[in-house]
Design a protein around this ligand. Sequence first.
Ligand code: ADE
Ligand code: ZN
Length: 323
Amino acid sequence: MSWKQTPKVELHLHLEGAAPPSFIRGLASEKGMDLSAIFKEDGGYAYRDFDHFLSVYEAACSVLTGPEEFQRLTQAVLEELADHGVVYAETFVSPDFCGGGDLEAWKDYLAAMQEAHVDGITLKGVITCIRHFGPEKAKAAAVCAAETYGDFVRGFGIAGAELMGKPSDFMWSFDCAREAGLHLTAHAGEWGDAASVRDCWETLGIERIGHGVRAAEDPKLVEDLAEAGVTLECCPGSNVFLGVYPTLSKHPIQKLREAGVMVTVSTDDPPFFDTTMTKEYEDLERTFGWGEEDFAEINATALSAAFCDDETRAEVAKRLEKK
Ligand code: ADE
Ligand code: ZN
């Protein structure tokens, strides 16, 4: 069956990483910037591996030079999400790419993003620092998040190169965000192993884990995550595309779910990984035999772990009931 119309919740989506290549190419040509090196002949993004992905990602961000560009980007992303049945999404956005961590500039970018609107879908923001940009930049990102916590800004997290630095380097930022009332998540267990997941979880006191799938390598950690009810923001297509697992059948999402871990499904950076939420569902159906009840459970899990307020949660729950 086609899963395109099925209402969906997506918790792990990088706003800049969701930029369609045609959108970035269009902006580059408006600004007279030559970004041809980051595109393949067929128009998609061109990169060799994860490190190269991060630099192509940053090059693509270089055309997003002001609030207006972020408004247009958010609008384009919302339209694409709605086309795939997404009724609620949380998007990671980095102050580093929105005014370089300056609070006043950040507020202008944020206001512009919130101008974007598509009926039937709610978007919330999770402000992310970038691990390979280092702890000082992370502090500025945390201050931006803490000072703008509210209806749109709901959470704080960390993305980027997981193998650089240690979670403890970012404790100040996570404490700052927690004290301001923000929910917390962190990328871990994508490139790092189960020990990296435990370190991030225990050191930063996060409620959800971005990816987290390499936890499957440590049975005790799997048991502890299940018992604590920690939600994993799994992005199976991203993991297979980037080579964390050779095929979807080797991805541990099913095993983790069977062990009682709260798993959810997201796309991460859809045009970079040639995916959409519809494609993720189709692939999970084909590989693990997931059907309507499984996806309903996955969406219920995602909604209960969403960083929104309870009024929004109740509204989204109604959208999920509609087929
Ligand atoms: N930033 C965007 N996508 C990412 C990923 N898959 N891992 C870490 N940082 C990211
Ligand atoms: Zn991610």
